[in-house]
Design a binder for this molecule. Structure first.
Ligand code: GDP
Length: 171
């Protein structure tokens, strides 16, 4: 976490982090819930298959502005932390193995209604069930290697963005 966090609002009301006006803050829940940002990763399968450019094209054509982006590789510890909500699932070890096997592109995206609109753009977790034209329908292999991640709530978007980027990497 960057050292540029400041306190917004009532201290008693604080959650851990949120993104607001291009910076990462400790801030009250109501600010976190009003962000128009989401977090994404282009996963190792899509990178291996040469689909970074095509996926970014779909994202920007759909009206998302890239406010942070990096080409990086998750460590085992990163992946276990990022996906800790799935720790009890039978596929957890496979998921960590997959997400760490090669580089990814991580990004924070901005748009009105970013979380829901991005989930619609990427399609269902299982590409066999994803709508025509969605990123997972076009580029995913199967339910495990499904090309992209998209945050499932404003709260998780803020937490996931702050996990990958410091305030000074967000524009
Ligand atoms: P998402 O929000 O659409 O990404 O789906 P989930 O939060 O349910 O799952 C997180 C990620 O775990 C998915 O995007 C897949 O990469 C992986 N995953 C989900 N279901 C399975 C499964 O049945 N098997 C395996 N190996 N991986 C899965």
């Amino acid at each position: 976490m960057g050292d540029n966090r400041e306190i917004l609002g009532n201290k008693s009301d604080h959650i851990e982090t949120c993104l607001f006006m291009n910076k990462t803050y400790f801030c009250p829940k109501f600010l976190q819930m009003t962000t128009n940002r989401t977090f994404t990763m282009i996963k190792p399968d899509a990178v291996e298959n040469g689909n970074i450019g095509a996926i970014l094209e779909k994202i920007t054509s759909a009206g998302f502005k890239i406010v942070a982006m990096k080409y990086t590789q998750l460590s085992r510890r990163d992946a276990e932390k990022f996906y800790e909500i799935h720790i009890e699932r039978q596929f957890f070890a496979d998921l960590v193995q997959f997400m760490t096997r090669g580089p990814i592109v991580s990004a924070i995206l901005e748009k009105e209604n970013a979380v829901d609109d991005f989930r619609a753009l990427i399609g269902a977790t299982n590409p066999a069930e994803a709508a025509e034209g969605t990123i997972r329908k076009l580029f995913a292999t199967d339910i495990a290697e499904n090309a992209v991640h998209g945050s499932d709530s404003d709260e998780n978007a803020a937490i996931e963005g702050a996990f990958h980027f410091s305030g000074r990497e967000i524009y």
